[in-house]
Write a protein that binds this ligand. Structure first.
Ligand code: ZN
Length: 325
């Protein structure tokens, strides 16, 4: 499905299906300029995503020989099909921390470290084993492409327009938004989503991802925005209210974690995640697909890490597991 969102510059949205995934679809944006085009994000490295993306690019008559690709962050739903562009010789733009992380993850070491950490946080070994097919791992691209590394405040001339890169660490360390100042259009990627809450995880390259995320949200508060175009689901005409909602959401989450740790001192993060409220189509924690348990535990840990660093709770390390009180 293709939707025209804006004229001058001509902005289109290609809906790329993300099968068996609560995100439902990725918005790949195409900006058609007079001399060059810009594509923002790609979809998973999966045949159905390739068919959606290539079908959309073909229908829009996008000539890859005159196209740049911007990858907003490392997640497989955004980068999976990068090789379609690198093989065509398209210049690719991405923030350096996310590119380096993606390259490091290819060796498997990042995943092995995460598995050890999650086991210490109480996740059962049987659940960990199911993560080998985790889509973040299975549908990622091979990192055999090179990028132009972008940084906060950088001005880019792409698709015959002037763009600003806004680095918004939190969802990932290298998460970037793209801004068209004249038209006040903000491509929010997964930093601000409207129908769903962006997933905030723990990361080996960020010691307090939630804190970084909240700061990055606050930094966009006064940005003039007439249209916000997110990485998944529908956009909105403004971001102000949504920033407030997201800040409130994480405030409530922090309170929920505090309450649970007061009720059950000495719990593991996995125990706490199992007690938290999740909107998973009414499924109970035990019926959660293991991949969703992985993301839920990561999200619980992002809040726990924040509380530990703010001195609200204490992390106790016994020989096998971490517990919190
Ligand atoms: Zn993401």
């Amino acid at each position: 499905m293709i939707e025209k969102l804006h004229a001058k510059p001509d902005i289109y949205r290609i809906e790329v299906t993300l099968p068996h995934n609560p995100l439902q679809y990725l918005n790949s944006y195409v900006i058609k300029g007079k001399t060059r085009n810009l594509v923002i994000d790609t979809g998973f490295n999966l045949p159905i995503c390739r068919s959606d993306l290539c079908g959309g690019l073909q229908a829009l008559q996008v000539d890859l020989r005159r196209t740049d690709l911007f990858l907003t962050h490392l997640h497989a739903a955004h980068t999976g099909l990068v090789h379609l562009f690198s093989q065509a010789g398209c210049p690719i733009y991405m923030q350096g921390d996310d590119y380096d992380f993606l390259a490091a993850a290819e060796s498997g070491e990042v995943w092995r470290n995460a598995e050890v950490r999650f086991m210490r946080e109480g996740m059962p070994a049987t659940d960990i084993q199911t993560q080998f097919s985790n889509y973040a791992r299975a549908y990622s691209p091979r990192v055999d492409f090179r990028v132009h590394r972008v940084h906060h405040g950088q001005r880019l001339r792409l698709a015959d327009e002037e763009w600003y890169v806004i680095h918004t660490p939190g969802h990932t360390k290298g998460q970037c938004c793209l801004y068209l100042p004249q038209q006040e259009i903000l491509f929010t990627s997964d930093h601000i989503l409207f129908d769903i809450t962006p997933n905030i995880q723990i990361w080996s390259n960020m010691s307090n991802a939630l804190e970084e995320y909240l700061k990055s949200l606050q930094a966009l508060r006064d940005l003039p925005v007439a249209a916000a175009l997110p990485g998944h689901r529908k956009g909105r005409a403004s971001i102000k209210e949504r920033i407030q909602e997201l800040r409130r959401h994480h405030g409530q989450r922090l309170e929920e974690v505090m309450r649970l740790i007061r009720l059950y001192p000495g719990s593991t993060a996995f125990d706490i995640a199992g007690q938290m409220a999740w909107s998973m189509r009414g499924l109970s924690w035990s019926a959660f697909p293991p991949t969703q348990k992985w993301f839920a535990l990561g999200e619980a840990l992002a809040h726990i890490e924040y509380l530990v660093q703010h001195g609200e709770i204490r992390k106790i390390k016994d020989s096998r597991q971490y517990r919190y009180e």
